[in-house]
Design a protein around this ligand. Structure first.
Ligand code: SF4
Length: 353
C-alpha cells in the first residue's frame, strides 16, 4: 500500500491540473465545485463556478438569494435539482450551523443534495478527514487496477470498491490523495483509450497485464430512455408572451416555460386543436431533440400571433414582456430555440441582446 500511496503522490505532484477550487481549504468553495462538477466536465463547469463565487461569495449570500436568482445563474448546466438543493443546503447551514460550514462528516452528509461521495470530498479536502472519495472516475480506475469484476452499479460492487479505496487511502494526506485518485481517473485511466503508457501503475494494473481494459469496469443495469413529445405554444401577444414556472417533481422544476402540450407520440399539433382561427399566424418550428440522462425530449415550438385563451391564467401561466424573458431561468432547450429559430425574430433578438 505504501508503494501505491507514494507512486500516486509523486504522479499527482507532477501532473495535477491547476484548478481554482484546489487552491483553497474553504469548504464552501469546495462544496460549490463538487456540486457543479457532478455530471459535468471541468471545462463546462469552470465558468459556472466562477460566476457563483462572484455572485455568492459565501454561504450567507447564497442562502439569502432567491431561488430564481440561483436557477438563472445555473441556466444551461442541467440537472437543476443540484441548484435547488445547493440553495436549500445554504439555508440549512445558516439556520442550523450559524452560517459556518459544518466540519463533521455526518453533519455534512445531512445537508440537502450531499451524498456519501460529496461528503467524503468535503470532509477530506477541507478538513483533512480520512474518508475515501469514489466517483465514477475512481470506480473505473480501481476496477481496472485491481481487476475486480464485480459490477460497479450494484450494492456489493459499491461496498467492495469503497473498501478498496479505504485500504489504499493515504491517511497522512487524504485530501490530496483523493484529488489524485480522481485526477488519474479523469485524465489517464479514460473510459475509452486510456493512456496506459503514461500511467505510473501500469506494472501493477491487472486489467493492463491481463488485457481486460475494455471490459472493465462491469455494469449490470441498462438505462431505459423514455421518449417524450413536447409542444410549446409561443403566443406573441403584442410585445408580450406567456410563460409559467414549472412545479412538481418532473424535470426542470422552478424553471420557466411557454404553454405546454405533451403528447404520447410524435404528432404535430393542428391549429384547430387549440382553437385558432384560420387567419392567425401559426408557424411551426423544426424538431428539436434534447437528451437528458433518462429522457429524450422531442420538441416543437408553435409561434402564434395572438393572445391565448383566458383560461391559461388558471393553469398558472402569466403574461410577460418579451424583452423581459431574458431575466427568467429557462431550460436550455427553450433558450436554444429562442437563440436560433428564425420563426421567432422578436424573441431571438431579445435573447441575443
Ligand atoms: Fe488504467 Fe491503463 Fe493505468 Fe491500468 S494501466 S490503471 S488501465 S491507465
Amino acid at each position: 500500500m505504501e508503494d501505491f500511496v507514494m507512486t500516486l503522490r509523486r504522479w499527482y505532484a507532477e501532473n495535477k491540473r491547476d484548478l481554482p477550487w484546489r487552491n483553497t481549504p474553504d469548504p464552501y468553495y469546495i462544496w460549490l465545485s463538487e456540486i457543479i462538477l457532478q455530471q459535468t466536465r471541468v471545462n463546462q463547469g469552470l465558468p459556472y463556478y466562477l460566476k457563483f463565487i462572484e455572485n455568492f461569495p459565501d454561504v450567507s449570500s447564497l442562502a439569502s438569494a432567491s431561488e430564481d436568482q440561483v436557477l438563472k445563474l445555473w441556466q444551461g448546466l442541467g440537472y437543476y435539482s443540484r441548484a435547488r438543493n445547493l440553495h436549500h443546503a445554504a439555508k440549512q447551514i445558516v439556520n442550523f450551523h450559524e452560517g459556518k460550514f459544518p466540519g463533521k462528516y455526518d453533519e455534512i452528509l445531512a445537508l440537502k443534495g450531499i451524498g456519501d461521495y460529496t461528503a467524503a470530498a468535503i470532509a477530506s479536502f477541507a478538513f483533512g478527514q480520512p474518508y475515501p472519495v469514489v466517483d465514477g472516475n475512481v470506480f473505473r480506475f480501481l476496477a481496472r487496477f485491481s481487476g475486480n469484476q464485480t459490477s460497479i452499479d450494484t450494492t456489493t460492487g459499491k461496498k467492495e470498491f469503497s473498501r478498496l479505496a479505504l485500504e489504499l487511502l493515504d491517511r497522512e494526506d487524504p485530501g490530496n490523495h483523493n484529488q489524485a485518485m480522481m485526477e488519474i481517473g479523469a485524465t489517464v485511466c479514460l473510459p475509452v483509450n486510456p493512456r496506459c503508457s503514461l500511467c505510473p501503475f501500469q506494472g501493477g494494473c491487472v486489467a493492463f497485464q491481463e488485457d481486460q481494459i475494455e471490459m472493465l469496469p462491469l455494469r449490470t443495469k441498462k438505462t431505459n430512455i423514455r421518449h417524450r413529445y413536447l409542444h410549446y405554444l409561443v403566443y406573441l401577444d403584442g410585445d408580450h408572451t406567456w410563460i409559467r414556472k414549472r412545479s412538481g417533481k418532473d424535470i426542470w422544476t422552478g424553471l420557466y416555460e411557454f404553454p405546454l402540450i405533451e403528447t404520447e407520440s410524435n404528432v404535430i399539433i393542428d391549429r384547430n386543436a387549440i382553437g385558432l382561427h384560420a387567419e392567425v399566424r401559426f408557424d411551426i418550428s423544426k424538431e428539436y431533440r434534447h437528451i437528458l440522462s433518462h429522457q429524450k425530449l422531442i420538441t416543437r415550438f408553435y409561434i402564434i400571433d395572438s393572445a391565448p385563451d383566458p383560461s391559461m391564467k388558471e393553469k398558472g401561466y402569466f403574461s410577460v414582456q418579451t424583452c423581459d424573458l431574458v431575466h427568467f431561468a429557462m431550460p436550455q432547450l427553450l433558450v436554444k430555440f429562442l437563440r436560433h429559430d428564425p420563426v421567432s425574430p422578436v424573441l431571438t433578438a431579445t435573447v441575443n441582446n
